[in-house]
Design a protein around this ligand. Sequence first.
Ligand SMILES: NC(=O)CCC(=O)C(=O)O
Length: 289
Amino acid sequence: MNNLKVAIIQIQTGPDKSSNLLKTAELFASIEKSRVSLVLLPEMFQCPYNLESFSIFAEDIPTGETSLFLSNLAREYGTFLVGGSIPEKKGNRYYNTSIVYNPCGEIIGIYRKTHLFDVDFENLHFQESAVLNPGNTPLLIDTPWGKIGILICYDLRFPELIRLYALRGAFMVAVPAAFNPITGPLHWEVLFRARAIDNQVYLLGASPAPYPNAFYQAYGHSLIVDPMGRVLEQLGNEEAIIIKDIDLSLVDLTRQRLPLLKHRRLDLYAINPDEKLGNSLKDQKGEAI
Ligand SMILES: NC(=O)CCC(=O)C(=O)O
């Protein structure tokens, strides 16, 4: 069980849900049945990434069209499937939700994006929280190879959650995502590499490919990073699939050679959840920090 074959699918997500699902199925078809153990899809892979579309494309989980579509794919190809994310409607609320399936097509986990993407750049104003609600529950799934943590896109910027996954035993973290042309070139690869290095885990990132004339241009560049921070493979802007064998022994080897998780000085910087940043800085009384 030292090797694991993973696939990452990068599609152009357009305005038509059926053709987004069809394209996903077409790229899946390049996977040999039962030869890939884990497949990852992008954030909002069946819905354009804009606020107006979220409620229109939203579905119930597990009875909605996309849930059933993903379940069938996982079963047909005999693979674990991290089903990117979709807009979920639950009662009166909407979430950005990733559904995870086992190779029998059964749901083994649901993760709702925890940190909503609210930003205000000159050329990009986006406020997920105007429509979506945040999730409140981290998700680690059990697989025959070990535990895999799930994050969605902007969650990657918050090192605490992925550290929690690493400390709870994750050897890999799968991230459906959709960065953009402003933050993508500067931050995308750096964040994936930094989180992999800090936590000594494999990091998988799946993005949509940019769709011409869409309001929000996805950055693409889906990638796999190993626990030493090496980019094993990265796409450009094209619709494509990465299929890669990864060596699981590298996680333990990296942690033995460079045991940084054991070297943490929690006596100095364990974070107290009740501590308010403003107060703690004031308490420093001007000392250099
Ligand atoms: N969909 C997202 O969460 C976008 C996150 C992003 O682009 C970033 O820079 O962070």
